[in-house]
Design a protein around this ligand. Structure first.
Ligand code: ATP
Ligand code: MG
Length: 418
């Protein structure tokens, strides 16, 4: 017996219907906000993620599925969506069209992490990216897309945290102050963070370790070191969020794990999820297109973990409406009836009527049980007698009413009844 690889999941019915439901709601919201779908490859050249995510990040340091193909190129299964979307935007010269460009994506991502609740090696993200505008109103729109999505799914008690992590103007000075402070407090940091001080000090702010947390609490705050441009942007974002009644908290330690972020960073959490409590997160990445393709194009987006979203729906006991039923079940008696019902079955389906038949040679009683299991609205029993008389009795399974119908026009009759 061969099992699925560690950290992967099979999505089986009826669970798969829940996935379809939340994906269709997401597509509804994306369309409402005028975002178009983009589909990029599931693997890319490794360099794209090294450059686009940053060498000193957990993802690039230890979480990538990297392999050589038969001609010795280094490829990597995408660990996130943004780098690929930016790569595609540049490669296809979409910047030559009217801006902004608003995209969404849905698909699997791959990270070599220790599997646990809400953390898998193949998981699914949906997300949006907007290119070509610096307008802080767009930062608010991107957050609104995510929050409205949470709303229409019926989720409550979520917390939106926002921060500004500055830009190449103001961040270096802040990083200097932070590094100095971290060095002074090095003894109280975990080993990972000790290493981060010189490589990527911002990442220390993200550490969940208890003693690091105490150090982080008193660390210099980036929001107190913003340049005028970043501060104005951050203030406008807040005004815009307020104007559309989106509640938020400022968290000056919110930094996100990725190097390319500038200005706005945000996360939406649900406390009830426990250790992995972030449903979606994102931010502005005005330096990413330059990093990947030497083009100065601002961008902003978020990525949402679909498994965590489903966990949240579960925790909040939100029922997902799954319509699992068929319109008509054709119960057959004898081989001859089965053959003509097989033809009939296809006639129903051509008319968009969801019909089913028995393929296991069950008894009439067994077939009626199947009809029940499939939640059939109508059943009809067809045997030699019915074929001869050209008439059959259709039973409404919801109210028990029966009706005699001519076989030659049964498809039209059922069409009228449903
Ligand atoms: P975390 O701090 O939980 O590891 P992250 O910062 O690595 O999250 P992002 O790269 O921002 O996560 O990805 C966006 C979202 O994707 C997360 O908020 C989460 O919902 C989901 N996600 C990330 N990694 C995984 C994973 N290994 N399994 C399932 N979902 C994940
Ligand atoms: Mg992670």
């Amino acid at each position: 017996m061969i099992n699925a690889p560690r950290g992967t999941n099979d999505i089986l019915p009826p669970e798969s219907a829940k996935w379809n439901y939340i994906e269709s709601k997401a597509k509804y919201i994306f369309d409402l906000y005028n975002y178009d779908e983009i589909r990029t490859p599931i693997f890319e050249y490794t360099e794209l993620f090294q450059r686009g995510i940053g060498e000193a990040t957990d993802i690039v340091e230890k979480e990538m599925y990297t392999f050589e193909d038969k001609s010795g190129r280094s490829l990597t299964l995408r660990p996130e969506g943004t780098a690929s979307v930016v790569r595609s935007f540049l490669e296809n010269k979409i910047y030559g069209q009217a801006q902004p460009t608003k995209y969404f994506y849905i698909g699997p991502m791959f990270r070599y992490e220790r599997p646990q609740a809400g953390r898998y090696r193949q998981f699914y993200q949906l997300g949006v990216e907007v290119f070509g505008t610096q307008d802080p109103m767009v930062d608010a729109e991107v957050i609104a897309v995510g929050m409205r999505y949470m709303d229409i799914l019926g989720l409550k008690d979520l917390q939106l945290y926002i921060n500004s992590i500055g830009c190449p103007e103001c961040r270096p000075q802040y990083l200097e102050n932070l590094t100095e402070y971290l060095k002074e407090n090095k003894e109280d940091l975990c080993n990972d963070c000790k290493n981060r001080i010189d490589k990527n000090p911002l990442r220390v702010l993200d550490c969940k370790n208890k003693s690091c947390q105490t150090v982080i609490k008193n660390a210099p705050k980036i929001t107190e070191h913003l340049c005028e441009e970043c501060e104005t942007h951050f203030n406008s974002l807040q005004k815009n969020l307020k104007s559309i009644n989106i509640e938020y908290k400022i968290d000056p330690t919110l930094v996100r794990g990725l190097d390319y972020y500038t200005k706005t960073a945000f996360e939406v959490k649900y406390e009830g999820l426990g250790a992995q409590d972030t449903i979606f997160g994102g931010g502005r990445y005005d330096k990413l297109a330059d990093e990947i393709g030497s083009k100065d194009i601002p961008g902003i987006g978020f990525a949402l973990g679909i498994e965590r979203l489903l966990l949240t729906l579960d925790k909040q006991e939100i029922e997902i409406p799954i319509d699992k039923s068929i319109d008509i079940y054709l119960t057959t008696i004898g081989k001859k009836a089965k053959i003509s019902c097989f033809e009939l079955l296809e006639e129903f389906r051509k008319k968009g009527i969801k019909a089913e038949i028995d393929y296991q040679d069950r008894s009439v009683g067994g077939q009626m049980k199947s009809a029940d299991r499939m939640n059939a609205t109508y059943t009809v029993i067809i045997g030699e007698n019915e074929l001869e008389s050209g008439k059959a009795t259709v039973r409404n399974m919801k109210n028990g009413e029966e009706q005699e119908i001519k076989l030659e026009s049964i498809v039209e009759s059922i069409e009228k009844m449903i």
